[in-house]
Design a protein around this ligand. Sequence first.
Ligand SMILES: O=C(O)CCC(=O)C(=O)O
Ligand SMILES: [Fe+2]
Length: 690
Amino acid sequence: MKKENVIRGDATREESDRTSNEPLWTEAEVYTAITELAPLLPTLDRIIKDLEYFIEKEEIRADTLKTQLKMYEKEKEIVSKDYSEYLENPVNAYILIKRLTFDLDYLIQNVQNITKQNGTINLRHEDLKYPTLEDLVGSALALSRLQNTYELNVTKLAEERLTNASIGQLNMYKKEKEIVSKDYSEYLENPVNAYVLIKRLTFDLDYLIQNITKQDGTIKLRHENLKYPTLEDLVGSALALSRLQNTYELNVTKLAEERLTNASIGNSMTVNDCFKLGQILYQHKKFKHSLEWLIEALRKYKKENVTYGVSEILILNYISYALYYTDDAKTVFKSTKQTLDIDKEYAIKIEDSISALQNIEMLEELPSMEDTSAENEESSEEYQRYFRKEQFVYEALCRGEIDLPTETCNFKKMYDIEIISIPRLKCSYLTDTHPFLKLAPIKTEQLYIEPDVFVFYNVISDEEIEHLKILSKQRLKRSEVAGYSDFTNETIAKYRSSKTAWLYDYDSSVAARVSRRAADFTGFSTATAEPLQIVNYGLGGHFSPHFDFFLKDSEPELPKMKKYGNRIATTIFYMSDVTQGGATVFTELGLTVFPVKNAALYWLNLHPSGEGDITTRHAACPVLRGSKWISNKWFHLVGQETIRPCNLEYQIENVKRKTFMPRPKTSNEYHRQLIFDWFTNNGLEKCMYE
Ligand SMILES: O=C(O)CCC(=O)C(=O)O
Ligand SMILES: [Fe+2]
């Protein structure tokens, strides 16, 4: 299969290649790197403080009202003791008049916000008279009327408002803070937490602001010195969660419940959290995952009392539409019906809506399958099939479900050598690429031959890593892929979610030292190499299968590329371990490499002829838990002629070399077959293991 522009290389553009007013990155990018999530925690704190302040103010207001009530009550008590005596006393008269003029105005002012907002409390009544001396008697009655109103409405209203809305919201934020405080770094590592945190600071905050400013315009809930995610972050984090669900076959209830068990402080994902997630995924055509969260929302709805912004019928409506778009709506509906135990009335309604929808012709055009690779939308059906298969293998590799055969097999036919065993091809100490290595050899492991893939251990120190991280933190920007914009007018590639920063040798002596070290163990010259590219992957951060070199007939010739030639080799320094997920995988080889901090992964991208080696296609798996930091160093062809001379045989780009037959570990027969098919059909001749 000839791969056209849809399978792109990723030679990354230099910043200087851009014009200054070209829009580069979106503002909303909190979810793309874990480091961006941490500054959101003070924002969470501030919302709690603001809310506490608001509630305190409300309580003071309510207390003032109560004091005033007492004052009026007292007056009434004196009146009732001896009505006529009371009226004869001029001091009483004065006080009574004062209560019904000055004091009443003050009272009205005090409850003004409530009155404004609610409109139900009227402290001046048309049928009553207000202070003139002649109206004394009538005003005594007014007093009692006032008391009634006051007691029944004002206090009750104030308290009701406090308990129902603000206090409920405050508790929600406090709960989040409690979970954060239990284990700060563990909190940030859980992708569900990240979604909820972003939701608290976007959608939920907007809701809060709307409600509170209605009551008290002086309370500010957004502060200039704090960091807020945007709605785009909310969508990004929801999509990242769906990606993780896909790749790691996670079950939704487990994800939602994990927050519960870890935090052990009650159910902390609300109906609204689950519903909103389902709604976002629905809008982005992730129907299967949307359905899972919607069902979870409905399940919670039945159990919970606080369900703001959602109704049962709304959830059910979304469920029925999501069901329709799912591959096999009828089967899914049956199982959903069982899971949910939907009552008859709803079940009939949903069934009706499914059959009604199926009759509408227009809907035939809508996607009937999960949209896994939005970036490949325009490509032909053949490519779509290819990408779907590749996606399947990629995900299986990410889960560690494919091994290279450890059995020995006969390679005589292929390599003219008797026996070879992979993946542990050989471990050794590297001593020959630089004289210094004779003194301090590098522990080396060869993971593959032709294409050659190596791991070098302990080639970057913890101190160097920390230095590079600190240096790059202010510069981290949402990753872009070079060449991408030339096809789509977009600089942000959807298939890569991470943040990157470029560090030149002149930026820091540490960057220069690390670059030099890569040259030492690869043997290549850094004269034409790119600066270090520091990458931090956030929530579900990934990079779909790609080549690091520019494909010959589909990539635009960038000026730097013309001058320095294609990317001959890739070196990835692993600057962190990854708690779960985040492997580097090779989809044509069936090789999975889990990051090991301080080590470097290295491979050759080009054949000795200088043509791209398409078996080097690789990907970064989504980070399931934790934060992944790497540093890329790309070497270019020009200047390496004496180091890696070309050989006599000329290899062209589109020919795949022979690769080993990987072994699927999954027991699912259908999946095993898919994996076998992929590696059998894609490669030419495979070494079958027995
Ligand atoms: O993060 C990884 O494991 C791979 C990164 C990669 O392939 C790239 O940045 O080109
Ligand atoms: Fe890459």
